[in-house]
Design a binder for this molecule. Structure first.
Ligand code: NAG
Ligand code: NAG
Ligand code: NAG
Length: 259
């Protein structure tokens, strides 16, 4: 006996199959998917999107601004759409620093993004939560008890809770390393990749001295402006790839975590 209970799902399927071809041929329904995780959560994108509102380390109130321009447009008779990047500050959004960022002689000697060690930028990494009431001092570093041998650490701070990377204005009250915290890390740990959740690894009050401590040995790589929301603390495999920008002391970088 055919009941209404059985017919209802069939009617629904019939309706879907009728509607589907219409939807597929209508361009208004072509909506690309944007994701934060892939492969059922195995791959986590920890890179922020680049938009004109992406915050920029250049003390900008207005974000990175209009950095993308359609140079060739099909609507204007070109055979193709072709965009160009312009005025994109390389320390905006999720990015990496090279030793030349705050050492002029390293800059002149050519220690640019193209010389960064991909072996440091890729491999096992620890995501840790930093106490929310302090900047990263030597005392805080010590309290994190990061075991010797750990080479890559992503530090999640109050910046993530405050959603600072989602605000276009550069906010100088962000949490970062104080000079003594950076010195403690360099002297007492094996950490070579330092990942942070705002535009600078160094707290604003110690901006230059902290960067100098990190960059002096040319071994520590700073990846800044990471998107660490909704990720469990723990061990992952991190993969970060900067652009091969010869002559640049910074570059946008794509970083993912793999479980
Ligand atoms: C870009 O290319 C598509 C075809 O791929 C075309 O439909 C569209 O109009 C172009 N956009 C502009 C702004 O020219
Ligand atoms: C097309 O060309 C016109 C005139 O040069 C210009 O004003 C307009 O911005 C162009 N549009 C695009 C999408 O490039
Ligand atoms: C961290 O230091 C900045 C100055 O660099 C300050 O504005 C901020 O309040 C400090 N944050 C905490 C949690 O102590």
């Amino acid at each position: 006996m055919i009941t209404m209970m059985m017919v209802k799902p069939l009617l629904f399927l019939l309706l879907c199959s009728l509607l589907h071809p219409i939807a597929a041929t209508n361009d208004n329904h072509l909506v690309p998917e944007r994701r934060e995780v892939y492969d059922n959560g195995r791959i986590i994108d920890i890179t922020h999107k680049y938009t004109p509102e992406t915050p920029s380390g250049g003390d900008s109130e207005n974000g990175v601004g209009q950095f993308l321009r359609l140079r060739d447009s099909m609507k204007n008779g070109s055979l193709y759409n072709g965009s160009e990047l312009r005025n994109l500050f390389v320390h905006a959004g999720t990015h990496v620093d090279a030793p030349g960022h705050m050492f002029d002689h390293y800059f002149d000697a050519g220690f640019d993004i193209d010389t960064l060690d991909l072996g440091v930028l890729n491999g096992p990494a620890l995501l840790v939560d930093v106490p929310r009431d302090k900047n990263i001092t030597a005392e805080v570093m010590q309290s994190l008890n990061i075991p010797k041998g750990v080479r890559r650490v992503l530090f999640r701070t109050l910046n993530t809770d405050r959603k600072l990377m989602f605000k276009k204005e550069f906010d100088t009250s962000f949490v970062g390393f104080m000079k003594d915290g950076a010195k403690w890390l360099v002297d007492n740990t094996d950490i070579k990749l330092v990942g942070v959740d705002y535009l600078s690894a160094a707290a604003y009050d110690h901006l230059v001295p902290t960067h100098l401590v990190f960059h002096e040995g040319r071994e520590v790589i700073l990846v800044e402006g990471l998107k660490l929301d909704d990720v469990q603390p723990g061990i992952y495999s991190v993969h970060c790839l900067p652009l091969r920008l010869v002559g640049a002391e910074g570059s946008p970088i794509r970083c993912i975590l793999i479980k």
